[in-house]
Write a protein that binds this ligand. Structure first.
Ligand SMILES: Nc1ncnc2c1ncn2[C@@H]1O[C@H](COP(=O)(O)OP(=O)(O)OP(=O)(O)O)[C@@H](O)[C@H]1O
Ligand SMILES: [Mg+2]
Length: 263
């Protein structure tokens, strides 16, 4: 695992913040020195997922403006996870803030792993995030519009020589209209880092303002996120989880085949 990992997506609302909050929590609970930062300053919600107050000192925009230092601003939660949120309520000075300073600001910090919760899309924000991170994790859902937007983002990453750690396919149900993981990997030309099933415990955990791995640690989606954290650190998967990963893949393949046979 490299130091600064941006969690990115082409399409919005596919699960970046959910993945960031859970991966950060998993790594911190395993004893890593890890920070998560909300770089989606337009529509921030990492703080909501993490149960943080709506307004805090040393938020992302103050750090980008260098009004606060990153080192002094980390809020450390009970799991030892360092967090920087972007306040939902903006100060007047916040309206002109961009991510152009993110690279400089992050380079001043010694935290081992920093996960950057990114805004969606492929635009100037994206380039600023590319400049600030070592590697990318791309999140998509298995639907055509999200996969198409991922292909565009991946193209941008390649143009900027940015290393992609892998693709996370989120909200997989196995419904026939979903693209199969192998098809998504082929279209994106990127390895799959993980498959997270659709699970209503995720919105429930967000409403409870707790990462899923704390709210429902034994759920299938929590297992999938722990597998992703293991793969990111090049650790072997626990046998049972590796098996469920394979089972999930075959279920998706089964439904895809069923669909092809019927139409
Ligand atoms: N595996 C899942 N199963 C069910 N619901 C999910 C799953 N993953 C995410 N969601 C739901 O999808 C919604 C969007 O998730 P999230 O906020 O993490 O996406 P995002 O990519 O960060 O969005 P944005 O682009 O707006 O920042 C959330 O309300 C969450 O409850
Ligand atoms: Mg988000």
């Amino acid at each position: 695992m490299k130091n600064k990992i941006a969690i990115m997506s082409g399409k919005g609302g596919v699960g970046k913040t959910t993945l960031t909050s859970n991966l950060g929590t998993i790594l911190a609970m395993q004893g890593s020195d890890v920070g998560i930062i909300d770089a989606n300053i337009g529509v921030p919600n990492l703080g909501l997922h993490m149960g943080m107050p709506l307004v805090s000192q040393g938020c992302t925009r103050d750090i980008l403006l260098e009004v606060s230092s990153l080192k002094k601003s980390w809020v450390v939660n009970e799991d030892g996870l360092k967090i920087i949120v972007a306040n939902i309520i903006k100060k007047p000075s916040h309206h002109s803030v961009t991510l152009s300073n993110l690279s400089r600001v992050l380079s001043t910090d010694q935290t081992n792993y920093v996960l950057i919760d990114s805004p969606p899309g492929a635009n100037q924000d994206t380039i600023n995030i590319f400049n600030a991170c070592d590697e990318l994790v791309i999140v998509t859902t298995p639907e055509l519009p999200a996969v198409t937007a991922s292909v565009d983002l991946i193209e941008q990453a390649r143009i900027h020589n940015k290393k992609i750690m892998g693709l996370v396919i989120n909200r997989v149900t196995g419904k026939p209209w979903e693209l199969e993981p192998s098809e998504i990997a082929r279209r994106c030309n990127v390895n799959i880092l993980g498959i997270i099933p659709e699970n209503s415990l995720i919105p429930e955990s967000i409403a409870m303002r707790l990462p899923l791995v704390k709210y429902a640690p034994k759920s299938n989606a929590s297992n999938a996120m722990r597998d992703i954290a293991a793969l990111m650190q090049n650790k072997p998967l626990p046998k049972s989880n590796a098996r469920s990963f394979t089972i999930l893949n075959s279920i998706v393949a089964f439904f895809k085949k069923l669909f092809e046979n019927h139409f």
